[in-house]
Design a protein around this ligand. Sequence first.
Ligand SMILES: Cc1ncc(COP(=O)(O)O)c(C=O)c1O
Length: 451
Amino acid sequence: MDIKYLLSEDKMPTAWYNIQADLSAPLPPVLHPGTGQPITPDDLAPLFPTSLIEQEVSQERWIEIPDEVQSIYRQWRPTPLYRARRLEKALDTPAKIYYKYEGVSPAGSHKPNTAVAQAYYNKQAGVKRLTTETGAGQWGSSLAFAGALFGLEVLVYMVKVSYNQKPYRRALMEAYGARVVASPSEETQAGRSILAANPHSTGSLGIAISEAVEVAASDEGSKYALGSVLNHVLLHQTVIGQEALAQMEMAGDYPDIVVGCTGGGSNFAGIAFPFLGAKLRGERDVEIIAVEPAACPSLTRGKYAYDFGDTAHLTPLVKMHTLGSTFVPEGIHAGGLRYHGMAPLVSHVVNLGLAQPRSEYQLGCFAAGLTFARVEGIIPAPEANHAVKAAIDEALKCKESGESKVILFNLCGHGHFDMQAYIDYQAGKLVDTEYSAEEVAMALAGLPVVG
Ligand SMILES: Cc1ncc(COP(=O)(O)O)c(C=O)c1O
């Protein structure tokens, strides 16, 4: 009765999978906010190195992973796939539950899969410093780690509510040598104008992105790195699903259902896209579930429309499920899921009916996370609890129906730096929040007019 399925290092993927090659309808273009026309690579050049811009627009199915990136990946990859036999028993379900565990990376989540790749390409392009945003701190610590490996300076704008909630994440970034600034800050025009309007702003990913983009765009030696949302970021995460495909084969199973939590969409895409690719090519069918927080419901209550990626409107316009770029979600502990938009590729896939979105409240997610931790031993990141919740719910549906479905979910990170969230949950201090239809409509009223 195997518990974990391990691939040897020589079975680690050597190319990233680009789902754009298999989609029947192309992604809507990214637009220049001034002209309303599709942007050109030159428009992105101040922010990203050419190699990453090329990956952003590539239609090639496979993009080779550079040897140096592969050799760093091998520090923690391939990551284990577990069969959650004790969870199955605790739930008394006929379902088979598997989870891919990305928490074994140095930073504790899936984020280094793209941080290392982005740092590599920036170093190749002669960049000296990377600027970025971080929510819960998983992404910031991943980029800080990657920057340390490649000798790049890293400047992180950390959403203020998380900066205060998670001092040890900040300490980890600083231990890797990064500089961390609470956002909104007085250091940028974007931060100063937000603080002028609301001195007590707790920040949001959209605001922190504005600050990081502003600094990168105005400094010759700096470029910007984004931890999610963009096509190339999702691309780098596909090592997760590719490994899971091989590991499911080792286990002699194939998932009926694949589940991932969605903030900007990268860990979800990482696990889901390789399986979705097999479905699109007519090889195997699969049901895909994207789980977001009820406190930031871009897929389930947002609009599929052109919007800015950041609050100060420094980014191009992308078509995505959005709650409006000025939407500031509640300060829930799943800080990595507090983004007003969703990756254009994930939005597109949901719009095509290829993945089903659902939202979950935080109390139910923490309860699911504790159920999981008490049988599997791993304490999930609050973000990952959303996937745990949906996987448990699907397994309980199987208990009702008597079906023995195979459920695979992405346990995208551990919660070792998020214990304050568990303390607050167990002390009964957390509440569920939901936005009224009026609040959502008000946030959406500010969407830019396009075309
Ligand atoms: C552990 C963890 N999971 C999920 C997310 C959400 O991001 P994404 O949807 O890009 O995976 C984050 C973001 O910071 C995170 O730290």
